[in-house]
Design a protein around this ligand. Structure first.
Ligand code: BEZ
Ligand code: FE
Length: 289
């Protein structure tokens, strides 16, 4: 037995010993992350006085979150969103403010290769209930000049709060557009409503026990890819939504609020996909990248 082996290990010494084991790193950044993880997780266990039983429950919960996830539904993202981790990564990644418009959360329902569509066409592939909406977007440089040639992906939920992936249907309410010489793009769909976070996985029962909010304010997801500039992942929110003050995933920012006006039939030229509607909601938003 050597003198270095303690008779009774003290809590802080365990943290130091664990960190000492990462002594000849081949990946310095990974080592930095792992060391911080050790320090913060040890502090967490000590702060709350975590019991064996609670840690077993925690391990079972993490396992259920992973087991529930698949290619179409990632419950790990939902957990990260709920704990504010995704929003914190957004803030940290945005420290240098590469875009004027705030970046906020991709969420679990993005899929790459969304259909490429003409401007002002409909992103609906089936009849869905709801008030017809015309989204008129614009992408600008910081000096206000139009940004032509940006690829803009959009995706949103049905009025009943489900994304196509959740409803088990083919692609619906998603599209990819390109800004024109005025920096403009547009599409039609239905005016979104606030909706509950996916309730069918293992995250919801835990969040219910701590009375965490579950309703997201109405929004449209967007991913803007300007040529030769960093992409912007964000949401556009709709004013006067009752859930704006208590978004469970902390995605709301004041600059992400759209302008909405009601347009009656015949009052102005609207895309032909919504021209027959008595009333449409025209939603306008400018992204500054
Ligand atoms: C969403 O808005 O699609 C979303 C974001 C975070 C968690 C769940 C859903
Ligand atoms: Fe969403």
């Amino acid at each position: 037995m050597t003198n270095d082996v303690p008779k009774r290990l003290q809590e802080p010494d365990l943290t130091a010993q664990t960190l000492n084991r990462f002594d000849k790193p081949s990946d310095l950044r990974l080592t930095e992350i792992m060391q911080a993880l050790v320090k913060h997780s040890h502090a967490f266990v000590r702060d709350v006085g975590l019991t064996h039983r609670e840690w077993q429950d925690g391990i079972a919960f993490l396992r259920s979150v992973a087991d529930f996830s698949d290619d179409k539904r990632n419950e790990v993202i939902l957990l990260s969103d709920h704990l504010g981790i995704s929003a914190m990564v957004d803030l940290v990644s945005d420290r240098e403010k590469t875009t004027e418009t705030s970046a906020t959360g991709l969420g679990p329902f993005y899929i790459p290769d969304q259909p490429v569509l003409e401007n002002d066409s409909s992103i609906l592939t089936s009849d869905v209930p709801g008030i017809p909406m015309w989204f008129e977007g614009r992408v600008e440089h910081a000096d206000g000049a139009p940004f032509e040639g940006c690829i803009v992906e959009v995706w949103q939920a049905h009025e009943d709060g489900l994304y196509d992936l959740q409803a088990g249907e083919a692609i619906n309410m998603r599209g990819t557009f390109k800004t024109d010489a005025q920096g403009r793009f547009g599409f039609t769909a239905v005016y979104p409503k606030g909706y509950p976070l996916p309730p069918d996985g293992p995250v919801k029962p835990v969040m219910d026990k701590v009375k965490s909010a579950f309703m997201r304010p109405a929004h449209i997801h967007t991913l803007v890819r300007p040529p030769e500039r960093p992409p912007l992942v964000t949401h556009v929110f709709l004013p006067s939504d009752p859930y704006l003050d208590n978004d469970p995933v902390m995605g709301v920012r004041a600059d992400l609020m759209a302008q909405v006006v009601d347009v009656s039939k015949g009052a102005e030229r609207v895309p032909k996909t919504v021209a027959q509607a008595e009333l449409i909601k025209k939603v306008r938003y400018t992204f500054v990248v």
